[in-house]
Design a protein around this ligand. Structure first.
Ligand SMILES: [Zn+2]
Ligand SMILES: [Zn+2]
Length: 246
């Protein structure tokens, strides 16, 4: 005799509930909080640098900065440039604690990554969120990068380690600093808690927005020096160079 309710059926029904689109309030046509017209209009990143994902005018290029000095990370994988409405959605998630918005962005990023894996992007061994400092974590109450990494871990079937990196001190905003000042600003900002877990492994750093790339580069450098085989960066949005429009 079957006494238990049919949970799988409930889960199946729950997954099939058509949700309201978080952008236009219309009922969507698939089980995510965005409708397909709004999804199509997101600021998808077209031509970009193959290494740092900087928006570029033409396909198949490597940007001048990466040609001059190769970053320590191997590849930035990012679906959007930092334009409307993704910029607003990230602000709603990050600064106003609107987790359903963050969750939606995480789901869409996971689709983008699954697609990239299917096209040959190597799957990492481990997802590592960029950590927040204690003070900022207290103010915000959560680490947006940690939440994104958790939301990616399940659909991508990847391990997440939010404790591997620790932010030892806050850093000033990087945008207004030149390259040398960025390096100084980031010196000793992060520590690696378990170097032995990095050796020979392919790691993917997770963050919400990649701006100058200096933080990701500094972390990738630390991970590579500890023996990481490959370091990629997964994020939601890429900003253009300061002063340039996307
Ligand atoms: Zn919509
Ligand atoms: Zn580049």
């Amino acid at each position: 005799m079957r006494c238990q309710p049919d949970r799988w059926k409930q889960v199946y029904n729950w997954l099939n509930i058509k949700q309201l689109c978080l952008l236009c309030d219309q009922r969507g046509n698939y089980p995510y909080a965005i409708c397909s017209p709004c999804e199509t209009e997101l600021p998808w990143l077209d031509a970009h640098c193959h290494i740092c994902a900087l928006p570029l005018p033409a396909l198949g290029q490597i940007c001048g900065e990466c040609q001059k000095q190769r970053p320590y990370f191997d590849q930035v994988v990012v679906p959007w440039h930092y334009g409307f409405p993704v910029d607003e959605l990230i602000t709603r998630f990050k600064h106003h604690g609107k987790w359903p918005v963050g969750r939606l962005l995480g789901e869409l990023l996971s689709h983008h990554l699954l697609n990239a894996f299917a096209q040959g992007l190597p799957r990492p061994d481990l997802l590592v969120p960029v950590p927040l400092g204690k003070q900022r974590l207290r103010q915000r109450g959560f680490n947006q990068a940690g939440m994104l990494a958790d939301w990616l871990g399940t659909p991508l079937q990847l391990e997440v380690n939010a404790h591997l990196l620790r932010r030892e001190r806050e850093t000033n905003a990087q945008q207004d600093l030149d390259a040398a000042a960025r390096q100084r600003n980031l010196r000793n900002a992060f520590s690696l808690t378990e170097p032995a877990r990095v050796k020979g492994r392919h790691l993917a750093l997770v963050d919400d927005v990649l701006t100058t790339g200096a933080t990701a580069n500094s972390l990738a450098r630390q991970l590579k020096q500890a023996g990481a085989r490959r370091v990629d960066v997964y994020c939601l949005a890429r900003t253009p160079k300061p002063g340039e429009t996307p």
